[in-house]
Write a protein that binds this ligand. Sequence first.
Ligand code: TXA
Ligand code: MG
Length: 342
Amino acid sequence: MPTSSPKSAIEAQAEASADLIAQAVSILKAGGLVAMPTETVYGLGADAQNMEALRKLYTVKGRPCSHPVIVHLASLEQLPEWASEIPESAWKLARAFWPGPLTLILPRTSRVPNMVTGGQDTVGLRIPGHPLALELLNAFGGGIAAPSANHFGRISPTTAAHVEADLGNDVDLVLDGGACPVGVESTIVSFNGERPLILRPGMITQAQIAEVLGQDAETRAEQMEKAVIRAPGTLASHYAPVTPLMLVPPAELVVAAEKLLAEQEGAIGVLARTAALPASLDKQRLTWVEGEHSPEGYARGLYAVLRELDGRNLKHILVEELPDTEVWWAVWDRLKRAACRE
Ligand code: TXA
Ligand code: MG
């Protein structure tokens, strides 16, 4: 029987976390790398003003240095230190959604190193909504540059175990904040042009943004031909499992699975929207996963499911297509990139 009262248990936990935060701060100050939980995915953090640390970050991530990283901040007061011109509409979004799964692309100040921006004159900034990330940012005091804590082009991590599996010894410390509650990367809004432009869809939707701004924000899909902005999240193939992944309309799912099982001897995985496993399919060679029904639940579990399926030595992963409504766009976007083999 535990003898401690719930209060002292909480205090003990807070102390343990304070120790870890102190350790994380010294690592960052010494130019090391700390993986931190955010509400979206785990980030691989480095001091955003330390060139040595940034070089390490790019090397460990395997990311081309022309691709910019997001700088994470603790509070709105820090925003003018990092962004030089902040339109009122950007302030509105920051006030409405931070801390939260939104990144703003703004003209940078001189304190932002070229390595962070990939040589561009803009910087991506966000205040994350995870308590542990905020604790770290507050204790550190500066900006933390953090891409998702996975190798470039692969599936983002949503648990500390995913980070360990991907980057292991290359990270000095992994802060374990549990499973990320949002599950897909932040919505990115650029204020570099006349109208706000959504560069990457996320769980904060175009409609929510328009409501706060009282004006439409264009999406990148709408701007596709015009945009010449470097953003790896917008490359065709990204967030991809190693196993070939195909998107299949609901009505064709069972037939497609039957056909694949008939054509070859290996096993396949299906991420479906229904639990009902059709009797016609060979269960020995099939992993059938039912995705959560709400967009929020589906997003939260998506990367863990893809990682799980990817680890099963399957020949193919079939994913049942999702409804074409705005609430599903963030997960749709990630799945389309995962399916792409360009
Ligand atoms: O939810 C998230 O945003 C997570 C967590 C860790 O905060 N981070 C994340 O970082 O997804 P990363 O590096 O995997 O993706 C950041 C995206 C990239 O597509 C990058 O090109 C874009 O943000 N980005 C960053 N700065 C930019 C800039 N100045 N202009 C255009 N795109 C930028
Ligand atoms: Mg990423």
